[in-house]
Design a protein around this ligand. Sequence first.
Ligand SMILES: Cc1cc2nc3c(=O)[nH]c(=O)nc-3n(C[C@H](O)[C@H](O)[C@H](O)COP(=O)(O)OP(=O)(O)OC[C@H]3O[C@@H](n4cnc5c(N)ncnc54)[C@H](O)[C@@H]3O)c2cc1C
Length: 391
Amino acid sequence: MVPTIQDDEREAQQAAIRSAVREICKGFPDAYWRETDRRGEYPEEFVRALTEAGWLAALIPEEYGGAGLSIGDASIILEEINRSGGNSAACHAQMYIMGTLLKHGSQAQKRAYLPKIASGELRLQAFGVTEPNAGSETTRIETTAVRRGDRYLVNGQKIWISRVAQSDLMLLLARTTPYDELADKTRGLSAFLVDIRAAGDRLTVRPIETMINHATNELFFDDLEIPAENLIGEEGMGFRYIIDGWNAERILIAAEAIGDGRWFIDRAVSYASQRVVFGKPIGANQGVQFPIARAYANIEAADLVRQKAAALFDAGQKCGAEANMAKLLASEAAWEAANACMTVHGGYGLAAEYDVERKFREARLFIVAPINNNLVLAYLGQHVLGMPRSY
Ligand SMILES: Cc1cc2nc3c(=O)[nH]c(=O)nc-3n(C[C@H](O)[C@H](O)[C@H](O)COP(=O)(O)OP(=O)(O)OC[C@H]3O[C@@H](n4cnc5c(N)ncnc54)[C@H](O)[C@@H]3O)c2cc1C
């Protein structure tokens, strides 16, 4: 394809984003991420630096104080963070949660929250969907929001809800109509903006210890009151609104995985070229070199699908198939690169000071969350290829 002037301009803009994000990341080297990981601490300074530079407001339109960038541009921010050795999972959710507010919130809600989120005065990093009894079957969630005059009363339990202690606001999905009363099971759920700071002891946050530094929690709601004005859009339409945001989420997660994959390849190539055993660099052996080369090829292929998905998304076209494939392929390619990098490092791959084991643990998440790859395959099988529903 012959490049157009717009292509050239976009490339120049994206190159500028890459180098600006890299500059910030230089201030947060491996040792920073290693230490926050070791202590299980939220990378507060990093998130602040990113917010102050405006990158976490990438997708907020300029009229609300954001940068008004495209999803393609935003995905580069997250890719560069992970490629530099950092972990975007500390702050990625704000980019995709905010879309629900932007697309389905009222003018009053957007004016009240978006400029403050853009400036960093408010953080919207928490997304309360998953529940222990529902798992991947979101339409089965049981946490209820019952209308009482000008308020909703929320009761129930969530699991795996990340960054609650580090956020001011949470986007919550709760049931407003009992499951058995619904003809269409995708209705009956509603989206709310919850002010975490005002929740007090009506919201219990219990941290879950995990193999990665992810600030994730179990939540218990006990008659938590939410003002009715914090309902987003129409009551009963929350699941549809969340689905609307899924393509953006998939594209951004794919970019993070690609960033991880490129980090693994860089480290693997460098180590394979320097480490000498049996009188030659280990990378001179095909058994060492080929798995790295193959993982590299798969990352490049996944990146093309991610770019296609982002281009379709930004053009306002359907991109469900591409966004899902990008997430699937990128998470698998990153995991392949993680294994190649771990293997090439021999025993040193397991030593914390090499950072490979940390990134290895972090890259594994993308196979599972925010959606696990089996469900991506089920989507492709049913909605793209037209096969019978498998679940
Ligand atoms: C670190 C971390 C952070 C997270 N952060 C958040 C967050 O901030 N907010 C939030 O709402 N959620 C969050 N999640 C939840 C995450 O989205 C879910 O874990 C994920 O969607 C899978 O749900 P589950 O764990 O209940 O798995 P399950 O649904 O129980 O599935 C278990 C396994 O069964 C397989 N499976 C299930 N059904 C089928 C089927 N029909 N066909 C084939 N295979 C199937 C799955 O592929 C999976 O391998 C987080 C999870 C983790 C681990």
